[in-house]
Design a binder for this molecule. Structure first.
Ligand SMILES: NC(=O)c1ccc[n+]([C@@H]2O[C@H](COP(=O)([O-])OP(=O)(O)OC[C@H]3O[C@@H](n4cnc5c(N)ncnc54)[C@H](OP(=O)(O)O)[C@@H]3O)[C@@H](O)[C@H]2O)c1
Length: 222
């Protein structure tokens, strides 16, 4: 579905730290959003807080109404989410924000998939029929996602990985509306670079949000 002003219709499912931050940035960028979670009351409260551009919905209906679905939920829960909503997700663009990590017992985090694996690649093989998976919005911690949005004079970058060139325009529109500059790192097989511990993740070699010029300089050294 396209809304009247032809902006990309986006649904954010799961309203924890990252779901709320993505929603907040999109509304700040004047982009309408559909919100949904397993707790309809919580969804309505957040929609009211965010104002007229946010619409509270139920999960299945939110997916049907949107072109781009952002399930802001954990890697392990995404597999079940794909199964539960396989019909509604058919043909949709699904944005994977997940980082496949868990506490390591020493106050840090460890990867819960193989060292050379990425959540993006694993999940791209599990998505429902005709859906497309794009890896995005997961390269910064929640603090930076909120604080580095709409940075002036130079906007910071949000990296994304995608096999679907037809969908890149929509994801770039959403990243731009969120107050960042979109930067395509290549196909889904490049997801590992933009997940936790990766070369282009805040909690990997990147270390902090970067501008477009900084991102280009880093990539030129790969
Ligand atoms: N936090 C960060 O700094 C950060 C940065 C980059 C990427 N990420 C990624 O973002 C994702 C969410 O992280 P978070 O920090 O936002 O976690 P969070 O605050 O714990 O929120 C996770 C949300 O997922 C929902 N959820 C869980 N299973 C679900 C299901 N089957 N269907 C629908 N909703 C479900 C939960 O809903 P209920 O409230 O109903 O339980 C909860 O609101 C993770 O994949 C994480 O790796 C996080």
């Amino acid at each position: 579905m396209n809304t009247l002003n032809s902006e990309t219709a986006v649904a954010i499912i799961g309203l924890g730290n990252i779901g709320k931050a993505i929603a907040t940035n999109l509304v700040k960028g004047n982009h309408s959003i559909i919100l949904a979670s397993r707790d309809n009351e919580k969804t309505k409260v957040l929609a009211r807080q965010l104002g007229n551009l946010a619409t509270a919905s139920e999960i299945a209906y939110a997916i049907k109404e949107a072109d781009v679905i952002i399930p802001a939920i954990y890697f392990n829960a995404l597999k079940e989410f794909f199964k539960n909503y396989s019909t509604e997700l058919e043909g949709k663009i699904i944005v994977d924000v997940s980082n496949p990590i868990a506490p390591n017992g020493n106050g840090g985090f460890k990867k819960i998939i193989g060292e050379s694996e990425s959540a993006g690649k694993i999940l791209s093989d599990l998505i429902p029929k005709n859906a497309k998976l794009i890896k995005a919005f997961g390269t910064l911690g929640v603090g930076s996602l909120l604080n580095a949005a709409f940075n002036e004079p130079d906007k910071k970058v949000l990296f994304y990985a995608s096999d679907s060139t037809n969908s890149n325009q929509q994801i770039e529109e959403l990243i731009t509306s969120s107050g960042f500059v979109p930067f395509n790192v290549g196909g889904i097989d490049q997801s590992i670079k933009i997940e936790v511990f990766g070369d282009l993740h805040e909690f990997g070699a990147l270390g902090k949000p970067v501008t477009l010029a900084e991102a280009k300089s880093i990539i030129s050294h790969f």
